[in-house]
Design a protein around this ligand. Structure first.
Ligand SMILES: [Zn+2]
Ligand SMILES: [Zn+2]
Length: 245
């Protein structure tokens, strides 16, 4: 039996309706870590036969709706519907501050219990370069996504690297080392984008060895018409596809 499972409960870009938000579920020893929690996360989990109560921890890569808007539901429902189920919330300090003060506070700052802080809903675990969850050691690295907005990728050494949202990362070969799976944000609907790597850019910038390990995620609903752009890549991740170690 596999010790570690990874599956994307969604693989779409921020506009996608067909593939849900790009959120990654990592499972080991009967516990589940969600990497990012967008506005489709609850429904996407249901499609995998899971509920909010099945989630033990969440790591947040950056503050965009398709990566954090699900937290309002996960916070309220774990606290008030699932009997005080506590989810661990991992994120870098530079993400935690805007996550609460500029994103969630408006809808979660007050409830029937009165004034709330983020730790009334989640067990917060600030992260710098790495974090440990349920026996697994993850590494975190900065990415270049939106100007002025901190964003991070995450790596489970020897298993996978997940860039989350990013432009091309020139030093990515050094980061991923020999990881067999590199899940990378790839915009396929056009050849330029200010905030997301395009297939054309990655082909130009990355060595073929790295490109051959890259599985595209965070693509548009037109992916079926754009797969020819992914020649030289390992492929693209289907929603719900399982990776095992
Ligand atoms: Zn996104
Ligand atoms: Zn984003």
């Amino acid at each position: 039996m596999s010790e570690i499972l990874a599956r994307f409960i969604g693989t779409g870009d921020s506009e996608s309706l067909d593939y849900y938000n790009t959120n990654l579920l990592v499972s080991t020893q009967a516990k589940n870590l969600l990497v990012d929690c967008g506005w489709t996360a609850k429904q996407a989990l249901r499609d995998q036969g899971l509920t909010i109560k099945d989630i033990d921890a969440i790591f947040i890569t950056h503050v965009h709706g398709d990566h954090v808007f699900g937290l309002e539901r996960f916070g309220f429902e774990s606290r008030y519907v699932h009997g005080g189920h506590r989810i661990k919330l991992y994120a870098c300090e530079s993400v935690l501050d805007p996550l609460w003060n500029e994103c969630l506070k408006g809808c979660m700052g007050y409830s029937s219990d009165g004034k709330n802080e983020l730790d009334d809903f989640f067990d917060i675990v600030p992260v710098s370069e790495r974090f440990f969850w349920n026996g697994l050691g993850f590494e975190v690295f900065p990415t270049t996504h939106t100007v002025g907005k901190p964003s991070f990728g995450v790596r489970l050494p020897g298993r996978f690297t997940f860039t989350a949202d990013t432009n091309a990362i020139p030093e990515l070969s050094l980061i991923v080392q020999d990881d067999p799976y590199v899940f990378h944000d790839v915009y396929v609907s056009g050849d330029t984008h200010p905030a997301h790597a395009t297939a054309l850019e990655l082909k130009r910038l990355y060595p073929s060895d790295l490109l051959g390990r890259i599985y595209a995620v965070h693509y548009g609903d037109d992916i079926m018409e754009q797969t020819h752009k992914l020649e030289g890549f390992a492929g693209w991740v289907r929603q719900g596809a399982l990776f095992e170690w």
